[in-house]
Design a protein. Sequence first.
Length: 164
Amino acid sequence: MKVLYVIVCAAAPASDVGRLVSLAQDAGWEVQIVATPQALDFIDVPALEARTGRQVRSRYRKPGEPKPPRPDAIIVAPATFNTVNKFAQGITDTYALGLMAEAPGLGIPVVVLTFVNAALSGRAPFRRSVESLREEGVVVVEGSDGEQDEQPWELALEALVRPA
């Protein structure tokens, strides 16, 4: 079974990321949740761990802790203005961003499902970041505009090739 990392950012739709987990599992993926430190307050960690059978990760592992499986693909959702810009700039100040920064260089497919309001998504830094990520092969999908809490999770999965 192929491993999908779902990297969750701190935004309202994060509380519903279990829907993405279910959709991915139904499509044949084994799911590992990675949360930004701030996202931990937005998600139901015990429920996600029960659903995936894996510990939710939010920090680098300590020496002696087992390595998680290497991802075959990554979905970043809901991806915030801050995370998209940091990803494009190669900033790795969290475990989640470190994984995201390495993925294009390792040939791991990455889909970013944004959750950014119109005031921020129209800004030049954000537009440049999206273009930069796309130039590196990252698929950036416009999600909710930040005004609704609902996120079109299925769009992120549709952007990935179905696991073999």
